[in-house]
Structure formats: C-alpha cells, structure tokens
Design a protein around this ligand. Sequence first.
Ligand code: HPA
Ligand code: ZN
Length: 364
Amino acid sequence: MDSFTISPFIADLPKVELHIHIEGTLQPALRWKLAQRNQVPLRWRDQEYNTFEELVESYHVTYNHRPEQGGRKDVPTFLEAYFAGCEVLLEEDDFYELAMEYLERCQDMNVRYVEPFFDIQAHTRRGVKAEDVLNGYARAQKDGVRKFGVHSNWIFCFLRDEPVEDGEKAYETARPWARIKGGKGLFHAVGLASNAYERPPSLFKRAFERARKDGLHTTTHCDFGQKDTHEHIRQAIFDLGVERIDHGLDVLDRDELIEGLLEKDIGLTLCPHAYHRRTATEVLFPKLRELLDEGVKFCINSDDPVYMHNVWIDGNMEKMMQYCKLTREEMVGLVRNSIDMSWAEDRVKKFIHAELDSIDVGIY
Ligand code: HPA
Ligand code: ZN
C-alpha cells in the first residue's frame, strides 16, 4: 500500500494542495534531529523509541482503528501518534524547519500552491509560545516563495476536542498573524481539526462567525465514517455555512446533503489514501467515481502523509487515476477543481491554470 510508483504524468502535473496538516509532514529524520537538539524523549505512553530504527519502525502501524468505536488499544491511534510527533517541536526554528522541509518537498512534487492547516493549541498546551509557532511558519511562508517558488496561505485549526473557549482564546492570540488589516498575512482561513467524536461543528458556530467577520474563509473536517457523520455534514453546510468541507465523503448517503453542496458550490477536499487504510478498494473507489458522476466538486490531497505510509499528494493522485480509471483529462480537471476551490490570489490561480492549458492530455 505504501510503495506506489508515481507515473511521469502525475509527477509532472502542476498541483495544488488544500488538505494537509503541517504537523503531519514531520518526517522521522527531522523528528529524530529535533529530539536530540531539544532533549526530548521519543515515546508513546510507555513505549520508547531509543534508536532511529525503532522510531522508523513505529511508523509502520496502520492507524485505522477508532478505540471509541471498539478498536484496538495497544497501538496509538492516528491522532495519538500525530500528537506524540509534535512533542519535539519547541522553538521557532523547529516550526520553521518543519515548514521549509515540507515546502521544499512541494517544489519536488510540483505543488505550486498549498493551504496548510496548523494547530496552535497542540503546542501551547505543551508550554510552547504561540508566537514561536506563528513566527516560524510566517518566515517559512516568505522563504518558501523565494527559495522554492511555492506559495502558501495557511489555515488556523481549532482543536475540536478541546473546550471551545480555549480555541477562541488561541484564535485571538493568533489573530495578529491573520490576513486582516494590519495583520502579518500568514493565515486566511479557519478550520476544525482533531477528534470529531461527539464534537459537532455547530459547537464552534460563534468562533467561526468571529473569523468570518474578520474576513477569513472557513472550512471544517467531517471525517469519513465518523459517528454522526451525516449530522456533522448537515451542520457544516447549513448551520456554519462553511465554504469547503474537509473529507465529507459520506454525503453520498443522503441526497439532501449532495443537493446542499451543489446549491452552495461547496467542494470537498478528499484524501483517498486516508480512506483506503480502512476501506476496501472495491468499495472506496466506486464511491469516488460516483461523486464525480454526481457533479460534486472535489480535489485530491494527502492529509497527514508521514502518518499514512508516506503517501503524499502525488501518491493519492496516482491511486485516484488508477483505481477510478480516470483519463488524463479528468485528472487535469481535478487539479482545476483544486485551483477553483482554493483561496489563492487571482494571479496565482491564473498562472497554474495556464500551466495546465499546455498539458498534453491526448492519446497515450
Ligand atoms: N483529522 C483530524 N484532525 C487532524 C488530522 C486529521 O487527519 N490531522 C491532524 N489533525
Ligand atoms: Zn485532515
């Protein structure tokens, strides 16, 4: 599942990524380096990773279990692994290096523009200063364009399984780094991340209204197969009025949800490999095909590639193309969706559309 060959067509395709958590790009080598530099032990509960090899081995788990729903408890859940990874991130430079490593990889994968999610609370609750997180990313945002030609506008995430008021406070702290009048322009949107179990989007209605008043865009995770998934999607579309939904694949079960998406022109940021971890090929990919046929707008993304078998946006696109038997033209169409769904500046959008115009989608 993890060693998917990337075809030259997919490798060369100019790309846009709208659903990736920056902390989910922390690779074992950088995690190891930062652990040494910051003197942080590497572990999950009482399991310690004392050598680099042991650390690398720990990534081979398939995080497809949900303990709240009766899944196994002897290995970390995906989110536990992700937050354990965060423990090595302490100083501004750590956040900068994390982001620069990702943006450099974007250049290698021909990702031209990206809207990374970032957490504040995952770090401040460990004693890290919010300004160190924000300044590290803001510096990388600028250097990423200069050094790698990769443009980025970032998305602040509320941790939905923490008290709403804590998220609201985190937003106020981060606000001077937002794309608002007099702000530093790091982030231009807010989203909802972490564990959705019994944490419906409507809990964050006031927080989202505040961000919207600031002129920011809004999106929210509605995880595939999560408890109450249809109600979460309904709230996202009709109560919160978000502009995009992250995942949201379960819309297929309810005509009224599909109609809501089409009517309000809400697109889904999908991450096929994330679902493939817990869904059979012959179940998942026909669903994705069905979404296309229903005319639902969506784009292809990677979510947390390091914790998902190192499958990045190119691997996700490759899977989509092969398992859904999509033509080159259809793949280019999915990239155009990601441009249209993005909140990039018009000149960035035009530039990537123009690059796509010159791609040969003919006989092959
Ligand atoms: N889902 C929800 N929250 C997250 C994720 C995810 O995949 N990654 C980081 N925070
Ligand atoms: Zn996500």
